[in-house]
Design a protein around this ligand. Structure first.
Ligand SMILES: O=C(O)CCC(=O)C(=O)O
Length: 355
């Protein structure tokens, strides 16, 4: 059968079930395909699973140490006993599922291809700049401070605003606990990171990956690092996330009621390269739709970001120049998802010895 040509549908959700082959604008060049047979499956030794129970009690130092090691060596870890109620998680996943099942005309009310909009439904990554599309639709929401954004959010499903607000608030609590723990693991004051973010910002994406007839030809999202400070990822029970480890892609298969935490570019800068923002990607499959919900915790646009002074010394000179988060974020969206990281644009010529 011939490969279908580019679609006239705005959203992939309204196209995916009508095609038997991946349309040409989604097909990656041969040297840039997921190579699904080469992927390893994660186990406890590859992506650490950290139990946060006792963070404020007898296991405090042990947990801080585990978090520090994971940020340094893996850039990724999973958490359990994180304090976000299971019911809040299930309601969030269900709400996302129901949103993407709404009729096309209802969903399209939120559609925009303008990345500067604070609430928008779109597809792929940046339809204005990219050459090859990704097998994903997403609803992107700004969610902190809630009262500034909640009135922009969809009102269908009817409980959308209430359910998502509850989730965002609970996740923010988890982020603040993690930021304290990460500051401490770096030997900084507990509130160091909190204070370096200016007014703080929290964004989230509801990612929807429909089943794909030829998953070996395309990506849900190609390899990228996250431009923000830290990401808290919730995934449903369908595998799809992969993390680059020792030059090999490792599948991080879902564990119910856990979150996947990854260090973003701003944390790498702040830690003066001690902690790593690591490449990850989402692949798709032919049988099942997949939902993932990353929360991107960010500095405010005017916050000045640079390596913590306490982490700069003769052996570890500043690896980055100072910049505002707004400058960084603009560069990230303009250049699209490339495997070479946006951080390189802000590097100094200093080379540090490793920590
Ligand atoms: O779907 C996933 O598991 C990864 C999502 C992701 O990396 C992103 O939205 O930036």
């Amino acid at each position: 059968m011939a490969t279908p040509t580019a679609s006239t549908k705005l959203l992939l959700s309204d196209l995916a079930s009508t095609v038997q082959n991946v349309p040409s604008n989604y097909i990656r060049p041969i040297n840039d395909r997921p190579n699904l047979t080469q992927v390893e499956v994660s186990d406890a030794s590859s992506i650490p699973l950290i139990d946060l129970d006792g963070l404020y009690g007898p296991r405090h130092s042990e947990i801080i140490q585990q978090i520090g090691l994971a940020c340094q060596h893996d850039g990724f870890f999973q958490v359990k006993n994180h304090g976000v109620p299971e019911e809040t998680i299930n309601i969030m996943l269900n709400t996302a599922r129901r949103f993407f099942k709404l009729p096309e005309s209802e969903r399209l009310k939120s559609y925009s291809d303008d990345p500067s909009k604070t609430t928008r439904l779109s597809t792929s990554f940046n339809v204005k700049t990219e050459k090859v599309a990704n097998w994903r639709d997403f609803l992107r929401l700004h969610c902190y401070p809630l009262e500034r954004y909640v009135h922009e959010w969809p009102t269908n499903p009817p409980s959308f605003r209430e359910d998502v607000a509850e989730y965002c608030t609970s996740i923010r609590g988890l982020v603040l606990r993690l930021l304290e723990a990460i500051s401490e693991s770096l030997g900084l004051q507990r509130d160091y990171i909190d204070k370096s973010l200016g007014k703080h910002a929290q964004h989230m994406a509801l990612n929807y990956y429909p089943p794909c007839p030829q998953p070996e030809l395309t990506y849900g999202l190609p390899g990228h690092t996250d431009p923000n400070l830290i990401t808290i990822l919730l995934q449903d029970d369908v595998p799809g996330l992969q993390v680059l480890r020792n030059d090999k892609w490792v599948a991080v298969n879902p564990i119910p009621n856990t979150f996947i935490i990854n260090i973003g570019d701003q944390m790498q800068v702040l830690s003066n390269d001690r902690y790593q923002s690591v490449l990850h990607r989402a692949v798709v499959n032919c049988d099942k739709e997949r939902i993932s919900i990353p929360t991107f915790y960010c500095p405010s646009p005017d916050a000045l970001i640079g390596p913590a002074k306490e982490l700069i010394d003769h052996n570890h000179p500043a690896a980055y120049t100072d910049f505002t988060y707004a400058e960084y974020y603009e560069k990230f969206w303009k250049r699209g998802l490339e495997t070479d990281c946006c951080l390189d644009m802000f590097k100094t010529s200093n080379t540090a010895s490793s920590f």
